[in-house]
Design a protein around this ligand. Structure first.
Ligand code: FAD
Length: 318
């Protein structure tokens, strides 16, 4: 497998990559294959696969009593990465999150990835459990992504949790982390957020993938501020084409991002979602073209389960 940073180093032009969600439990992996097959002709250098932590739902027991159950709606991130590699001969980047895991469980997952020859990971803290306002670390788990980066980096140096292991093989993970051009919603300000981003880099992160944004000036300003803060690793912009009216408020509230006035106005005037999709595709093409002229190392697209809009965009660019 090739590391994301080596793909970037070895290419003279911007790479194409995208992020997918694992199917819901009970769905066939073939649906996922069919969905992304049209994107493979654009030769993505890597595909990210998100990780979804458990949720708590109320289920009615016999007798009518409600019982709280823990369920995982989209399991299988590691298996999907292996299946995609096998099917499409493409590098995959599983997302590894802190929430819901002890350090030992994280180590076991990393050992599995190492056996599978998957050398890329995106290290994230993860969000709070649905319905809870604050993120809380699992007992014996990590509270911040930087701690996860430290654990992975320790394994890259042959240091596992059990200090008595002798001749433990060093892993070879290339570690990516998340960055937020419009700041992480919990951070007091962008400067503080950048301080913690720099800390993730100092702990061993080799590249950054950003939260989606719709205003390129926010990305360019973020890159400048990162460089001023001494963050010198590749910064990959994350892009999402709008495809429906309801996404305007959903994306703004879920991801804590601004939708530019021009885009919001155009979407508001659209007669239906078909028109919104066209507006969204054109907006992302324009964003992409500018990012390409300013030498972005890679354009990374959020599919959120749908690939056709990304296909239309890729056709214009690659
Ligand atoms: P961190 O880097 O740990 O930062 C979290 C907050 O704590 C920030 O406000 C930061 O400023 C602050 N902070 C960091 N370190 C410290 C410290 N040592 N002391 C005090 N404050 C600190 N979520 C998922 O559940 N699954 C996914 O697959 C997934 N994929 C994502 C992919 C990308 C590209 C992005 C941008 C986000 C993704 N997320 C995913 C969402 C992510 O988990 C959330 O945004 C989460 O709230 C923060 O994760 P982080 O890794 O950025 O956290």
């Amino acid at each position: 497998m090739t590391k994301v940073v080596d793909h970037i180093k070895n290419s003279s032009s911007a790479l194409f990559s995208f992020e997918i969600l694992p199917p819901h439990a009970g769905e066939s992996i073939n649906m996922l294959f069919d969905n992304i097959a049209p994107l493979m002709e654009f030769k993505p250098k890597f595909i990210d696969v998100t990780y979804h932590r458990e949720e708590f739902v109320l289920k009615k027991r016999a007798g009518g009593l409600l019982e709280q159950k823990s369920i995982r709606k989209r399991p299988g991130t590691v298996a999907i990465c292996a299946a995609l590699m096998h099917k499409f001969h493409v590098d995959t980047v599983p997302h590894i999150i802190c929430g819901g895991f002890t350090k030992e469980e994280t180590e076991y997952a990393l050992i599995d990835l190492n056996y599978l020859g998957i050398d890329n990971v995106l290290a994230l803290r993860g969000d709070s459990i649905k319905g809870q306002s604050d993120f809380s670390a699992s007992q014996g788990g990590h509270a911040f992504a930087s701690e996860l980066v430290e654990q992975i980096q320790a394994m890259n140096h042959g240091r596992y949790i059990d200090a008595d292991l002798e001749n433990a093989i060093p892993t070879n993970f290339c570690i990516g982390v998340a960055g937020y051009p419009e700041k992480h919603f919990e951070a007091a300000n962008l400067t503080t957020d950048l301080k913690w981003l720099k800390h993730k880099v100092d702990c061993g992160a080799e590249y950054i993938v950003t939260q989606m944004f719709f205003d390129n000036s926010k990305f360019f300003s973020f890159v400048d501020k990162c460089r001023e803060a001494g963050i010198n690793i590749p910064i990959i912009p994350g892009l999402k084409p709008l495809t429906s009216k309801k996404q305007i408020s959903m994306l703004a509230s879920r991801f804590h991002i601004d939708i530019p006035e021009d885009l919001a106005d155009a979407v508001a005037k659209a007669r239906d979602d078909k028109e919104v999709r066209q507006i969204g595709v054109e907006w992302t093409i324009n964003q992409s073209k500018e990012l390409l002229t300013k030498k972005a190392p890679c354009l990374h697209f959020y599919s959120m389960g749908k690939s056709t809009a990304i296909r239309d965009i890729a056709e214009h660019l690659y």
